[in-house]
Design a protein around this ligand. Structure first.
Ligand SMILES: [Zn+2]
Length: 252
C-alpha cells in the first residue's frame, strides 16, 4: 500500500492502516482477553507464595465449593472483589469507550470478569465469562449487591447463598451474552482482538466468525497471529492511543 509508505514513517504504518480501517468500517467489534486487563496494573491476585491462601482456584471456583464450603468460597471471591476495587482501566479502555460514543464501535466482547470495560464507560459489553461484581442469589437468581455478598449476607428474597456473577468451573457459559456477542461479530466488518492467546475453545473461534477484516493486538507473539489480516505487537494501551492520535490528526 503505497499511500501508507508515502504518508507515514514505518513505526506508524500499521497503526495508520488500522486507523484507516476504523474510519471505513461500518461495524467494528472488539474482543478482549486477559492481556487487556494486566496492563491496568491489577494487584496480582497470585502472590509470590502462589494463589490466595495457597489454594488452587480450580478447587474453590466451583459449584461444589459454593454448596459445601461456602465460607471459603465467599472469602475467596470477596478477596478478588477487594483487589479489584482500586483497579483503574488504562488509557486503551477509554479509547475504546470514546470510539463507541462516537459511533465507531458497535460492541465489546470480553473474556475478562473484572468489569473494567464498563468502568471505562463502554456500554455495549458482552461478558463471556460473566462479571465478578454482578452478584446474584444462587437459589432464586435475584440480583444482589456486591457489599451484601462480601459481608456474607444471604439473599433478601429467599435466604439463599449469594454468589458472584462469574462462570464457575464446570458451569455452562452465559447463553445470552454469547448469542449477542456472536451476532455482533457475525455482522461486523472489522474485528479487533486484544490480549488473548486464543488457545481455548470456544473463545478462539470468535475472531474467525467475522467475514470482515481482522486485527490482532498482543504483547507477545502467538501462533494465532497467522489467521489475522493485521497484527500489532505491543502494549494495547499504547497502540490504541497511537491509533486514536492518528484518527484525530486525519479528522482535523
Ligand atoms: Zn434468593
Amino acid at each position: 500500500m503505497a499511500w501508507l509508505e508515502a504518508c507515514y514513517p514505518e513505526a506508524e504504518q500499521k497503526a495508520a492502516l488500522l486507523a484507516n480501517w476504523l474510519l471505513t468500517a461500518e461495524r467494528t467489534v472488539f474482543f478482549t482477553g486477559a492481556g487487556m486487563s494486566t496492563e491496568s496494573n491489577l494487584p496480582d491476585f497470585r502472590s509470590k507464595e502462589g494463589w490466595w491462601r495457597r489454594i488452587d482456584p480450580r478447587t474453590v471456583a466451583t459449584p461444589d465449593a459454593l454448596n459445601d464450603d461456602y465460607p471459603l468460597f465467599k472469602d475467596f471471591y470477596a478477596a478478588r472483589m477487594k483487589s479489584l476495587e482500586a483497579a483503574v482501566p488504562h488509557a486503551g479502555y477509554h479509547v475504546i469507550s470514546s470510539w463507541e460514543s462516537r459511533g465507531m464501535v458497535q460492541a465489546v466482547a470480553t473474556q475478562n470478569v473484572d468489569g473494567l470495560h464498563r468502568k471505562a464507560g463502554s456500554r455495549n459489553v458482552y461478558e463471556l465469562h460473566g462479571r465478578l461484581q454482578a452478584v446474584r442469589c444462587s437459589r432464586c437468581d435475584e440480583q444482589a449487591s456486591e457489599q451484601d455478598f462480601r459481608r456474607g449476607i444471604p439473599c433478601q428474597i429467599c435466604g439463599g447463598k449469594l454468589r458472584p456473577g462469574v462462570v464457575l468451573f464446570g458451569e455452562i457459559l452465559p447463553e445470552k451474552d454469547w448469542d449477542d456477542a456472536l451476532a455482533a461479530v457475525q455482522q461486523s466488518d472489522l474485528i479487533i482482538t486484544i490480549g488473548t492467546s486464543l488457545e481455548v475453545y470456544p473463545a478462539n473461534q470468535i475472531p474467525l466468525m467475522s467475514s470482515g477484516r481482522s486485527v490482532y493486538i498482543n504483547s507477545e507473539y502467538s501462533g494465532a497471529a497467522a489467521d489475522f489480516d493485521l497484527v500489532l505487537e505491543g502494549r494495547a494501551g499504547e497502540i490504541l492511543q497511537q491509533v486514536d492520535r492518528l484518527l484525530k490528526s486525519v479528522k482535523k
